[in-house]
Design a protein around this ligand. Structure first.
Ligand code: Z5A
Length: 206
């Protein structure tokens, strides 16, 4: 089972992924957590190249796309597929839908071309379930404002982040795998909703 979490900055993905990991583990499942960009050793280097705000020669939009795709191609082939073959639950913090939301809705690259490139990078591998954690942009940015060093994308404008939120909500209507969760709630309440959907979808013994 391949589960992905998506959403704007500060949506609570990392927090909820840890809770889901503990929940699935406590029921005796094999589970692994990963993320994009940076789920592999090579990916960690790519992540630094994309997000480090202190690099003088910052990637242009097109370079950024191909770096996310390179990270993803390597991640799918060397990590995700091998754990899925071993019957693990693979939980990824971001995947294909981030490219559509950030590079498509955010940076205004052609969405059909991005979908095509995503398909090549992943060899068509789609998640079984994708949680989109949704909340107002103000609230998300407020949650992360005390971080010492905001990365290059976190430093983007309010309008940029608003387009991304809208993008995720539009994407969510396109396929049945999406579950939009209102994450403007307590950590416990958000997790309760996620847990109920997982239990229902995959019929875990409670
Ligand atoms: N990106 C892209 O452009 N294209 C792509 O194809 C891909 C990615 C794959 C990755 O950065 C960046 O790359 C990302 C998109 C872009 N943009 N940026 N920046 P990342 O993975 O480092 O950043 P992130 O995914 O946005 O992580 P985040 O900012 O840490 O958000 P989060 O994981 O969703 O939230 P969190 O760490 O769980 O929580 C944030 C804070 O809120 C923390 O203090 C929590 O304790 C708190 N929190 C969490 N839940 C709650 C609730 N319910 N109430 C109150 N407070 C809460």
């Amino acid at each position: 089972m391949f589960i992905t979490f998506e959403g704007i900055e500060g949506a609570g993905k990392t927090t909820q992924i840890k809770l889901l990991y503990e929940f699935l583990k406590s029921r005796g499942n094999n589970v692994v957590i990963t993320k994009e960009p940076g789920g592999t050793e090579l990916g960690k280097r790519i992540r630094d190249l994309i997000l480090n705000p202190n690099i003088d020669d910052k990637p242009i939009g097109m370079s950024e796309i191909f770096m996310y795709l390179a990270d993803r191609a390597h991640h799918v082939e060397t990590f995700i597929k091998s754990y899925l073959k071993k019957n693990y639950f693979v939980i990824s913090d971001r995947y294909i839908d981030s490219t559509i939301a950030y590079q498509g809705y955010g940076r205004l690259f052609d969405i059909q071309i991005l979908e095509y490139l995503n398909n090549i990078a992943t060899q068509g591998l789609k998640p079984d379930i994708t949680f989109i954690l949704d909340l107002e942009v103000e609230n998300g940015l407020n949650r992360i404002k005390n971080r010492n060093l905001l990365d290059r994308i976190e430093q983007e404008s309010f309008e940029f982040h608003s387009r991304i939120r809208k993008g995720f909500l539009e994407i969510s209507k396109k396929e049945n795998r999406f579950c939009v969760i209102n994450s403007n709630d307590t950590i416990e309440n958000v997790f309760e909703k996620i847990k109920n959907i997982i239990v229902d979808k995959i019929k875990i013994e409670m």
